[in-house]
Design a protein around this ligand. Sequence first.
Ligand SMILES: Nc1ncnc2c1ncn2[C@@H]1O[C@H](COP(=O)(O)OP(=O)(O)OP(=O)(O)O)[C@@H](O)[C@H]1O
Ligand SMILES: [Mg+2]
Length: 321
Amino acid sequence: MNEILTQDRRMRDIIQLAKTVARSKATILIQGDSGTGKELIANLIHENSSRSGRPFVAINCAAIPENLLESELFGYERGAFTGAVTAKSGKFELANGGTLLLDEISEMDFRLQAKLLRVIQEGEVDRIGGRKPSAVDVRIIATTNRSLSHCVQDGSFREDLFYRLNVVNLTIPPLRERVGDVELISAYLVEKYAKKNAKTIQGIAPEALSYLQSHRWPGNVRELENVIERAVITSQDAQLGIKDLFIERPEGDSSQLTQDLADSEKSWIPGRTLDDIERTVIIEALQYHQGNRTHTAKALGISIRTLRNKISDYKGLGIHL
Ligand SMILES: Nc1ncnc2c1ncn2[C@@H]1O[C@H](COP(=O)(O)OP(=O)(O)OP(=O)(O)O)[C@@H](O)[C@H]1O
Ligand SMILES: [Mg+2]
């Protein structure tokens, strides 16, 4: 399993909580935008549980059509439907004794949600066309990049299932709110891809790092990884510079969860301090004004001196603006 690199306090709290709850059988809901590391956290939970010697089975609820998802999850008996020439175990059975990761749970069809709830509540799974249910012992982890409570509000997700899944909630902050992590993870990735491509690259030039730290990263760590890999491969220099970084700057913001949370004006989520919020606001304002400190200070209603002091404080946190 890949190591989870972070120097962000909220992330550390999430990892700590994940390790603590791993030992229980509690169902866990991991929320976070695409590429923030939800699967890594799910893996961490499995590895830190008493189930680690048993299977970790993942299924993506968004990638599979409804009727296929049902038979993938619950299995079927021979002759259950046209084409069912042999019986097949479902993911629940395959994960028995271990962990079942239900990826992108918000995309699961409403009817299937009811069946899933039943299986979780009864601890028994009934193959399609089966005569009698069999007991399964599975820890469920669900992930979503939408706010599941919003899905409940708009009627696309069952409230009862939501409460079942949301016993423990881990909400992973987007990468742009973890600017310190951009530096840490980038450094690791430069080394990784330099090695892989047999290149000697000594890291990232300071202005290139600031550039990386000012990007919104809609694709989060996955996007960062692509950018660094490409930069390492194409770079001709001893250090990665701005000209090696090809970052697409999309018009809108595709990060659904952050959008959802913003919609409900949740600037505060558990674990977030006022300093964290202030820092995010300052970074966003600087980005908006393309690094122009005079305009940023004016827009925020603070003196340029205050802004300068804050920016220099952030340096101590590894954030170079
Ligand atoms: N903190 C981290 N340290 C190191 N690597 C990370 C970290 N977070 C994410 N990654 C890497 O980024 C990639 C995306 O992570 P992962 O698949 O866990 O994200 P996800 O939230 O499940 O994404 P999606 O919503 O698209 O399924 C993986 O290659 C993972 O190893
Ligand atoms: Mg994933």
